[in-house]
Design a protein around this ligand. Structure first.
Ligand code: NAI
Length: 281
């Protein structure tokens, strides 16, 4: 199938990165959000990503990314898309409500990717007309710097859907590792436990923030420690993901650390609010 028009739903941290990456490779993007203010901010952030990407990577791309993206609050605009990538908040009820609403607009041939940290692809696909055309793509943040993603095969996802998705990813210099549909897949099933345990250790005053991260960077060769990673992902997203994992596996090992909850309640969501475990300008 030929994919030219891509709808990206949700213009937060991930939606901005996804829209940028596919626009850079000349796809026509429709970026949808419920909030006009968020779309405004997304436009500015995407221009910033483009400027830094061209500066740092001396990108040979001649595409002016902002010319390739249309911003809208109208969900019906997804009707012209060959491929849809959904990136709204990690909240099962919110995602389910959106999928029920989207059903009326999605073109019969379109493929749909759920960008999620842990929500069941099979369940979300069940709200749509063509579950065989639905898969998950778990992008990493920042999208344009993390070329390897998890491609999640739902119960009904066909081999053709996976193949078309892999080809699309290759066309934007990305690679998919195919995994089966169990909450958290590989990356978040393991990462969320590490981040959460690091927060428990901080709460128990085993060590300070910077020292916890230093151990991972210097002893294990990680590029970032668990608390820096949490700030990058967003503490709210970490909390929602742990709640989804806790509910899905019914296993208390995923219970969120009280300190994490307190920080989210206090509005310390990490880099996006300029403060999490660290402070940012
Ligand atoms: P975010 O909270 O930054 O952005 C979510 C956006 O969705 C907001 O702009 C919100 O206004 C919008 N939205 C909410 N309901 C909507 C609706 N019905 N229609 C259209 N837009 C709607 O969230 P973020 O961090 O971008 O995460 C999005 C998804 O990607 C989540 O499922 C998350 O688990 C997943 N993810 C996040 C990663 C991260 O590092 N933040 C990494 C990989 C996946």
């Amino acid at each position: 199938m030929t994919i030219k028009n891509i709808a990206v739903i949700g213009a937060g941290v991930m939606g901005q990165g996804v829209a940028y990456q596919f626009a850079k490779y000349d796809y026509n993007i429709t970026l949808v959000d419920i909030s006009a203010e968020i779309l405004d901010a997304a436009g500015k952030n995407i221009r910033n990503i483009e400027r830094l990407d061209k500066l740092l990577h001396k990108s040979a791309s001649t595409v002016k990314v902002s010319d390739k993206i249309t911003f809208t609050t109208e969900l019906s605009a997804i009707g012209s898309a060959d491929f849809i990538i959904e990136n709204i908040r990690e909240n099962i009820a919110l995602k389910e409500a959106l999928y029920r609403e989207m059903k009326a607009y999605i073109a019969g041939h379109a493929l749909l990717a759920v960008n999620t940290s842990a929500v069941s692809i099979t369940r979300l696909a069940s709200f749509l007309k063509h579950p065989a055309q639905v898969m998950g793509i778990h992008f990493m943040n920042p999208v344009h710097l993390k070329p390897t993603v998890e491609v999640i095969r739902g119960y009904h996802t066909t081999a053709d859907t996976i193949a078309a998705t892999q080809a699309l990813l290759q066309s934007v210099a990305m690679t998919g590792v195919v995994v089966n549909d169990l909450p958290g897949f590989i990356s978040n099933r393991v990462l969320m436990l590490t981040v959460n345990e690091a927060v428990f250790a901080l709460q128990d005053q085993v060590a300070q923030v910077a020292d916890i991260d230093k151990i991972f960077r210097e002893c294990f060769g990680h590029k970032m420690g668990p608390l820096e990673t949490a700030d990058l992902i967003g503490l709210d997203t970490i909390l929602y993901t742990l709640e989804v994992l806790l509910e899905s596996y019914n296993d208390t090992k995923f219970r969120p650390a009280p300190l994490l909850k307190k920080m989210v309640d206090a509005g310390l969501h990490g880099r996006k609010t300029n403060e999490g475990f660290y402070k940012y300008n």
